[in-house]
Design a protein around this ligand. Structure first.
Ligand SMILES: N[C@@H](CCC(=O)N[C@@H](CS)C(=O)NCC(=O)O)C(=O)O
Length: 206
């Protein structure tokens, strides 16, 4: 979102055991958290609204047209509250994807943290999936649902190349981030995603 608006920023990784500090960043204990001159804003939806309100003259994440804005808001929240859990499912259910995720989550940290992190990450993500509900569904049902979502995304993208309207919006950034994370961690599912022609074209422009 910051890149899209052209705002300079620095990222701080909470990799390895530093993850234990995430609950101290905000009440919700989740990332991302935007720290802007000491003011902390948690939750990507709230960050997006803040950025468009604070920097209205920079490219807008939300379209001005109320109907298009409503569609963007629906895609965005669907993406970070539902699509995210498919990404988590693919990360824990595929041994290679889990290894890759652990490697990324321990990047820049001492080697031994990898051994600590793997069982912890696996147990935490499985528990989150169970509590949210996806983790209580049969694997083939989760994957069939996900394919249904990919087909719907493909159908929408085939119209203009973007999810809402004629250009890139927060909807593309939100949905694209989750799909790119699957591409980044899971070889099998990454290939399945990229087999959809409109999705493959769009993902390269994100
Ligand atoms: N709706 C939130 C979801 C954020 C979210 O689930 N973040 C994950 C990492 S990607 C997290 O911090 N999980 C830690 C936890 O749930 O304890 C947003 O978009 O900011």
């Amino acid at each position: 979102m910051l890149q899209f608006k052209g705002i300079a920023y620095q990222t701080v990784d909470y990799n390895g055991v530093l993850g234990a500090k995430v609950p101290m960043l905000s009440k919700a204990g989740k990332v991302p958290v935007l720290d802007i001159d000491g003011q902390r804003i948690q939750d990507s939806t709230r960050i997006a609204r803040y950025l468009d309100d604070a920097y209205p003259d920079l490219p807008r994440l939300y379209p001005e047209d109320p109907l298009q804005k409503a569609y963007v808001e629906l895609w965005e929240d669907w993406s970070d509250e539902l699509l995210y859990f498919y990404e988590v499912h693919f990360r824990v259910s595929d041994a290679d994807a889990l290894d890759h995720a652990v490697e990324m989550s321990a990047k820049g940290r001492p080697k031994h943290e990898i051994y600590l992190l793997k069982p912890l990450l696996k147990a935490t993500l499985n528990l989150q999936l169970k509590m949210q509900g996806t983790g209580r569904m049969a694997k083939q049902d989760i994957e069939a649902e996900f394919i249904g979502h990919l087909e719907r995304i493909e159908l929408v993208l085939a119209q203009t190349g973007w999810l809402v309207g004629e250009g890139k919006t927060l909807a593309d950034i939100a949905v694209g981030s989750q799909l790119l994370e699957i591409v980044r961690t899971s070889k099998i599912w990454g290939a399945k995603i990229k087999a959809y022609p409109s999705i493959a074209q769009w993902i390269d422009l994100l």
